[in-house]
Design a protein around this ligand. Sequence first.
Ligand code: HEM
Length: 228
Amino acid sequence: MTVAGLARGGEPSMGRVAEFYWNLAGKKTVLAVTGLVLYGWIVAHMAGNLLIFLGPTTYNGYAAFLKGAVELLWAERAVGAVAFLLHILAAAQVTVANWRARPVGYVVRRDVATGYAARTMIWSGTLIVVYLVYHLMMFTFLSTGPGYSETDVYRNVILAFRVPAIAAVYILAMVVLGFHLYHGVWSMLQTLGFEWSGHRRIVPVLTALTVAGGFILIPVAVMTRVIR
Ligand code: HEM
Protein backbone atom coordinates (compact mmCIF):
# COMPACT_ATOMS: atom_id res chain seq x y z
CA MET A 1 0.00 0.00 0.00
CA THR A 2 1.32 3.46 -0.84
CA VAL A 3 1.58 6.27 1.67
CA ALA A 4 -1.20 8.02 -0.23
CA GLY A 5 -3.24 4.88 0.46
CA LEU A 6 -2.38 5.04 4.15
CA ALA A 7 -3.33 8.70 4.18
CA ARG A 8 -6.75 7.84 2.77
CA GLY A 9 -7.31 5.65 5.81
CA GLY A 10 -6.20 2.20 4.64
CA GLU A 11 -4.83 -0.35 7.07
CA PRO A 12 -1.37 0.80 8.13
CA SER A 13 1.49 -1.65 7.80
CA MET A 14 4.63 -0.65 9.69
CA GLY A 15 6.72 -2.82 7.38
CA ARG A 16 5.52 -0.93 4.32
CA VAL A 17 5.91 2.46 5.95
CA ALA A 18 9.43 1.55 7.10
CA GLU A 19 10.22 0.33 3.59
CA PHE A 20 9.01 3.63 2.15
CA TYR A 21 11.24 5.64 4.46
CA TRP A 22 14.13 3.29 3.87
CA ASN A 23 13.88 3.77 0.11
CA LEU A 24 13.49 7.52 0.40
CA ALA A 25 16.49 7.65 2.74
CA GLY A 26 18.47 5.61 0.21
CA LYS A 27 17.62 8.03 -2.59
CA LYS A 28 18.43 11.02 -0.40
CA THR A 29 21.82 9.49 0.41
CA VAL A 30 22.54 9.09 -3.33
CA LEU A 31 21.49 12.75 -3.79
CA ALA A 32 23.75 13.88 -0.95
CA VAL A 33 26.83 11.89 -2.01
CA THR A 34 26.57 12.78 -5.71
CA GLY A 35 25.88 16.40 -4.67
CA LEU A 36 29.11 16.36 -2.69
CA VAL A 37 31.05 15.00 -5.71
CA LEU A 38 29.48 17.66 -7.99
CA TYR A 39 30.28 20.32 -5.42
CA GLY A 40 33.96 19.24 -5.44
CA TRP A 41 33.88 19.32 -9.25
CA ILE A 42 32.43 22.81 -9.35
CA VAL A 43 34.89 24.22 -6.80
CA ALA A 44 37.78 22.81 -8.88
CA HIS A 45 36.21 24.33 -12.05
CA MET A 46 35.80 27.67 -10.30
CA ALA A 47 39.41 27.65 -9.03
CA GLY A 48 40.64 26.82 -12.55
CA ASN A 49 38.56 29.62 -14.04
CA LEU A 50 39.77 32.19 -11.51
CA LEU A 51 43.23 31.70 -13.09
CA ILE A 52 41.85 34.07 -15.73
CA PHE A 53 42.86 36.90 -13.37
CA LEU A 54 46.52 35.85 -13.88
CA GLY A 55 46.32 36.58 -17.60
CA PRO A 56 45.98 34.73 -20.93
CA THR A 57 49.24 32.76 -20.69
CA THR A 58 48.32 31.13 -17.37
CA TYR A 59 44.63 30.58 -18.25
CA ASN A 60 45.29 29.18 -21.74
CA GLY A 61 48.19 27.14 -20.30
CA TYR A 62 45.80 25.57 -17.78
CA ALA A 63 43.24 24.79 -20.53
CA ALA A 64 45.99 23.27 -22.71
CA PHE A 65 47.28 21.22 -19.76
CA LEU A 66 43.78 19.76 -19.17
CA LYS A 67 43.30 18.95 -22.87
CA GLY A 68 46.76 17.33 -22.98
CA ALA A 69 46.26 15.22 -19.83
CA VAL A 70 43.81 12.95 -21.66
CA GLU A 71 43.42 10.29 -18.92
CA LEU A 72 42.87 12.93 -16.23
CA LEU A 73 40.41 14.81 -18.45
CA TRP A 74 38.31 11.72 -19.20
CA ALA A 75 38.45 10.50 -15.59
CA GLU A 76 37.21 13.93 -14.43
CA ARG A 77 34.51 13.90 -17.14
CA ALA A 78 33.41 10.34 -16.30
CA VAL A 79 33.15 11.03 -12.55
CA GLY A 80 31.30 14.30 -13.23
CA ALA A 81 28.89 12.74 -15.76
CA VAL A 82 28.03 9.70 -13.58
CA ALA A 83 27.50 11.88 -10.49
CA PHE A 84 25.41 14.32 -12.56
CA LEU A 85 23.13 11.59 -14.01
CA LEU A 86 22.66 9.81 -10.65
CA HIS A 87 21.96 13.17 -8.99
CA ILE A 88 19.22 13.99 -11.52
CA LEU A 89 17.68 10.50 -11.27
CA ALA A 90 17.60 10.53 -7.45
CA ALA A 91 16.30 14.15 -7.46
CA ALA A 92 13.44 13.20 -9.80
CA GLN A 93 12.54 10.17 -7.66
CA VAL A 94 12.65 12.11 -4.37
CA THR A 95 10.51 14.86 -5.93
CA VAL A 96 7.92 12.37 -7.21
CA ALA A 97 7.90 10.66 -3.78
CA ASN A 98 7.30 14.03 -2.12
CA TRP A 99 4.50 14.90 -4.55
CA ARG A 100 2.84 11.54 -3.86
CA ALA A 101 3.23 12.07 -0.11
CA ARG A 102 1.35 15.38 -0.21
CA PRO A 103 -2.06 14.25 1.16
CA VAL A 104 -2.75 15.43 4.69
CA GLY A 105 -2.61 12.11 6.62
CA TYR A 106 -0.55 12.37 9.80
CA VAL A 107 1.84 9.67 8.58
CA VAL A 108 3.17 11.99 5.88
CA ARG A 109 2.95 15.33 7.68
CA ARG A 110 6.60 15.41 8.61
CA ASP A 111 7.60 15.17 4.94
CA VAL A 112 5.82 18.41 3.98
CA ALA A 113 8.83 20.60 4.84
CA THR A 114 11.21 18.57 2.67
CA GLY A 115 8.54 18.51 -0.06
CA TYR A 116 8.64 22.30 -0.24
CA ALA A 117 12.45 22.37 -0.40
CA ALA A 118 12.44 19.63 -3.03
CA ARG A 119 10.01 21.60 -5.23
CA THR A 120 12.33 24.62 -5.13
CA MET A 121 15.34 22.42 -5.84
CA ILE A 122 13.82 20.71 -8.86
CA TRP A 123 13.24 24.10 -10.58
CA SER A 124 16.64 25.59 -9.79
CA GLY A 125 18.19 22.24 -10.83
CA THR A 126 16.29 22.32 -14.14
CA LEU A 127 17.50 25.89 -14.82
CA ILE A 128 21.08 24.78 -14.11
CA VAL A 129 20.74 21.96 -16.67
CA VAL A 130 19.44 24.46 -19.28
CA TYR A 131 22.33 26.81 -18.43
CA LEU A 132 24.81 23.93 -18.74
CA VAL A 133 23.65 23.08 -22.29
CA TYR A 134 24.09 26.76 -23.27
CA HIS A 135 27.49 26.91 -21.49
CA LEU A 136 28.83 23.75 -23.18
CA MET A 137 27.63 24.97 -26.60
CA MET A 138 29.48 28.24 -25.99
CA PHE A 139 32.84 27.19 -24.51
CA THR A 140 33.25 23.44 -25.15
CA PHE A 141 31.56 22.77 -28.51
CA LEU A 142 32.19 26.36 -29.68
CA SER A 143 28.89 26.33 -31.59
CA THR A 144 27.54 29.63 -30.24
CA GLY A 145 28.95 32.85 -28.81
CA PRO A 146 31.37 35.44 -30.13
CA GLY A 147 34.64 33.48 -29.56
CA TYR A 148 35.47 30.26 -31.44
CA SER A 149 39.17 29.67 -30.81
CA GLU A 150 40.27 26.10 -30.02
CA THR A 151 43.39 27.33 -28.23
CA ASP A 152 42.71 30.89 -27.04
CA VAL A 153 40.11 30.02 -24.37
CA TYR A 154 40.93 33.31 -22.62
CA ARG A 155 39.75 35.31 -25.65
CA ASN A 156 36.56 33.20 -25.93
CA VAL A 157 35.62 34.08 -22.34
CA ILE A 158 36.51 37.80 -22.68
CA LEU A 159 34.58 38.17 -25.96
CA ALA A 160 31.54 36.39 -24.50
CA PHE A 161 31.30 38.49 -21.33
CA ARG A 162 31.75 41.74 -23.24
CA VAL A 163 28.22 41.06 -24.54
CA PRO A 164 25.98 42.39 -21.72
CA ALA A 165 23.18 39.87 -22.43
CA ILE A 166 25.59 36.90 -22.13
CA ALA A 167 27.14 38.31 -18.94
CA ALA A 168 23.63 38.84 -17.51
CA VAL A 169 22.58 35.24 -18.30
CA TYR A 170 25.72 33.95 -16.55
CA ILE A 171 25.26 36.14 -13.48
CA LEU A 172 21.62 35.08 -13.21
CA ALA A 173 22.59 31.40 -13.63
CA MET A 174 25.19 31.76 -10.86
CA VAL A 175 22.58 33.28 -8.52
CA VAL A 176 20.31 30.29 -9.22
CA LEU A 177 23.29 27.97 -8.65
CA GLY A 178 23.91 29.75 -5.34
CA PHE A 179 20.34 29.10 -4.18
CA HIS A 180 20.56 25.49 -5.31
CA LEU A 181 23.81 25.01 -3.38
CA TYR A 182 22.39 26.70 -0.31
CA HIS A 183 19.41 24.30 -0.12
CA GLY A 184 21.52 21.39 -1.38
CA VAL A 185 24.31 21.72 1.18
CA TRP A 186 21.73 22.19 3.94
CA SER A 187 19.90 18.96 2.98
CA MET A 188 23.15 17.10 2.37
CA LEU A 189 24.42 17.89 5.88
CA GLN A 190 21.09 16.67 7.31
CA THR A 191 21.09 13.49 5.23
CA LEU A 192 24.69 12.60 6.02
CA GLY A 193 24.03 13.28 9.70
CA PHE A 194 26.52 16.10 10.29
CA GLU A 195 25.97 17.92 13.54
CA TRP A 196 27.70 21.01 14.74
CA SER A 197 27.22 23.38 17.61
CA GLY A 198 27.57 26.68 15.70
CA HIS A 199 24.98 28.47 13.60
CA ARG A 200 23.28 25.83 11.42
CA ARG A 201 23.04 28.05 8.33
CA ILE A 202 26.67 29.17 8.27
CA VAL A 203 28.08 26.31 6.13
CA PRO A 204 25.30 26.42 3.47
CA VAL A 205 25.43 30.23 3.28
CA LEU A 206 29.24 30.36 2.96
CA THR A 207 29.23 27.56 0.37
CA ALA A 208 26.66 29.30 -1.79
CA LEU A 209 28.29 32.73 -1.52
CA THR A 210 31.80 31.44 -2.28
CA VAL A 211 30.83 29.46 -5.38
CA ALA A 212 28.31 31.92 -6.86
CA GLY A 213 30.46 34.93 -5.91
CA GLY A 214 33.68 33.36 -7.27
CA PHE A 215 32.11 32.66 -10.67
CA ILE A 216 30.31 36.04 -10.80
CA LEU A 217 33.65 37.85 -10.35
CA ILE A 218 34.62 36.80 -13.90
CA PRO A 219 31.82 38.40 -15.98
CA VAL A 220 31.86 41.44 -13.68
CA ALA A 221 35.64 41.85 -14.13
CA VAL A 222 35.28 41.59 -17.92
CA MET A 223 32.40 44.08 -18.07
CA THR A 224 34.27 46.59 -15.92
CA ARG A 225 37.45 46.03 -18.02
CA VAL A 226 39.43 44.84 -14.97
CA ILE A 227 40.46 41.98 -17.27
CA ARG A 228 40.50 42.55 -21.00
C1 HEM B 1 31.90 32.42 -15.00
C2 HEM B 1 31.58 31.15 -15.00
C3 HEM B 1 32.22 30.09 -15.86
C4 HEM B 1 33.22 30.19 -16.79
C5 HEM B 1 34.01 31.41 -17.22
C6 HEM B 1 33.43 28.87 -17.33
C7 HEM B 1 34.34 28.55 -18.32
C8 HEM B 1 34.43 27.35 -18.97
C9 HEM B 1 35.28 27.08 -20.10
C10 HEM B 1 36.20 28.09 -20.77
C11 HEM B 1 35.10 25.79 -20.45
C12 HEM B 1 35.76 25.03 -21.63
C13 HEM B 1 37.14 24.62 -21.25
C14 HEM B 1 37.88 24.07 -22.45
O1 HEM B 1 37.28 23.29 -23.21
O2 HEM B 1 39.05 24.38 -22.59
C15 HEM B 1 34.13 25.23 -19.53
C16 HEM B 1 33.71 23.91 -19.53
C17 HEM B 1 32.76 23.40 -18.68
N1 HEM B 1 32.08 24.08 -17.70
FE1 HEM B 1 32.33 26.02 -17.19
N2 HEM B 1 32.57 27.98 -16.71
C18 HEM B 1 31.81 28.69 -15.81
C19 HEM B 1 30.83 28.19 -14.98
C20 HEM B 1 30.41 26.88 -14.96
C21 HEM B 1 29.41 26.34 -14.10
C22 HEM B 1 28.66 27.15 -13.04
C23 HEM B 1 29.28 25.03 -14.41
C24 HEM B 1 28.35 23.98 -13.81
C25 HEM B 1 27.16 24.25 -13.32
C26 HEM B 1 30.20 24.73 -15.46
C27 HEM B 1 30.36 23.50 -16.03
C28 HEM B 1 31.22 23.22 -17.08
C29 HEM B 1 31.35 21.89 -17.68
C30 HEM B 1 30.57 20.63 -17.29
C31 HEM B 1 32.34 22.01 -18.68
C32 HEM B 1 32.87 20.90 -19.59
C33 HEM B 1 34.12 20.35 -18.96
C34 HEM B 1 34.80 19.30 -19.83
O3 HEM B 1 34.65 19.31 -21.04
O4 HEM B 1 35.50 18.47 -19.26
N3 HEM B 1 30.88 25.86 -15.78
N4 HEM B 1 33.75 26.18 -18.63
